[in-house]
Design a binder for this molecule. Structure first.
Ligand SMILES: Cc1cc2nc3c(=O)[nH]c(=O)nc-3n(C[C@H](O)[C@H](O)[C@H](O)COP(=O)(O)OP(=O)(O)OC[C@H]3O[C@@H](n4cnc5c(N)ncnc54)[C@H](O)[C@@H]3O)c2cc1C
Length: 291
């Protein structure tokens, strides 16, 4: 039986309380949200926090709402709520695509968007969705809130811009016209982590691509973003040839490794194919041809 090292447990009652507890216990403390990444790591003795600070009682972190010209998603919103959100399905169907293939209902009922983003596992599906959409992440400390652009939030595998005494409170995505988004994933069996996955976002200006975003999962440590592929799409006609050029750049620039989920060249092939499919579906949605 796998058991973690011993640890102390605190339950935060609000955001300020969580920050005060983080400051009091220093870098030996970790927040716990859904616990579906942190607890497995503790059981495998890959993480050894001396104090867990539970944020499940913290209010005002479970909203999905329009705020000005953005959609704001609280850090404690569970995967299941994202899957069920009509607001997200209307503006960003990529979330529904991704959530349908994240783990199983047990994990989706507990795991949170804040935990997913902060875990920063290179195979994390929601982080690839965020990379495709852009937007921003709101992080709070005792000195106040700061906003980090989504594309700068992930610094590398398991590394983010959230400091020791900080809490991610919200992720925000701009609402834009004439947009479509989609997520494609290949997994070994239902509910598994990705062998490879790709998210795509497009904004159309007539028949042309005004803006585009691509997020990759499970194909490398320098994960999630492929700026050259996005740049190759902007200003191009929204046709298969443009998508193929971007997909080829993703194939060339990702850095998968051979492991139990498959060989490196197979994952590279998947990156190209899944980007192509995600761009095609995102564009169909932007044109209103698919929901
Ligand atoms: C069997 C299984 C299968 C899974 N399959 C998939 C899959 O296919 N795709 C996928 O993407 N994910 C998968 N997951 C992971 C799942 O999505 C987790 O829910 C998610 O990765 C982490 O969310 P959490 O709320 O559980 O975070 P936790 O485990 O509670 O926390 C993760 C990390 O984030 C930190 N943290 C949490 N919230 C905050 C916050 N608000 N501010 C600052 N730091 C914070 C914690 O301190 C910790 O370091 C799977 C998990 C399991 C157990």
């Amino acid at each position: 039986m796998q058991v973690p090292e011993t640890f102390d447990y605190e339950r935060a009652s609000n955001i300020d309380d969580a920050i005060a507890l983080l400051e009091r216990h220093g870098d030996e403390a970790r927040l716990i949200a859904g616990g579906h990444s942190l607890l497995p790591m503790m059981k495998l003795r890959l993480a050894f926090p001396e104090v867990l600070i539970d944020i499940n009682d913290v209010p005002d972190l479970d909203h999905i709402r329009i705020d000005g010209d953005e959609i704001a998603i609280g850090a404690m919103v569970r995967h299941a709520a994202i899957l069920d959100s009509a607001l997200l399905a209307e503006h960003y169907p990529i979330f529904r695509d991704a959530e349908r293939v994240i783990a199983d209902p047990l994990v989706r009922n507990r795991g949170t968007i804040g935990g997913s983003f902060c875990q920063a596992d290179p195979a994390e599906d929601l982080s690839a969705v965020g990379a495709a959409l852009g937007g921003s992440v709101v992080v709070r400390s005792s000195s106040g809130s700061r906003t980090v652009p989504m594309r700068e939030f992930h610094e590398g595998p398991y590394e983010t811009k959230v400091g020791d005494a900080e809490i991610l409170t919200e992720v925000r995505f701009p609402i834009r016209n004439a947009t479509g988004s989609a997520y494609e994933k290949v997994e070994r069996r239902v509910g598994d982590w990705a062998v490879a996955a790709a998210g795509a976002f497009v904004q159309l200006d007539g028949d042309m691509i005004a803006d585009a975003g691509i997020g990759l999962a499970a194909v490398g440590a320098d994960h999630f973003i492929v700026p050259d592929a996005e740049a190759a799409l902007r200003g191009k006609p929204a046709i298969r040839e443009s998508f193929e050029e971007a997909a080829q750049l993703c194939h060339d620039q990702c850095s998968p490794v051979t492991d139990q989920r498959g060989p490196e060249d197979y994952k590279r092939h998947l990156a190209r194919e899944l980007v192509l499919r995600a761009l095609t579906r995102a564009t169909a949605r932007a044109r209103g041809e698919e929901s």
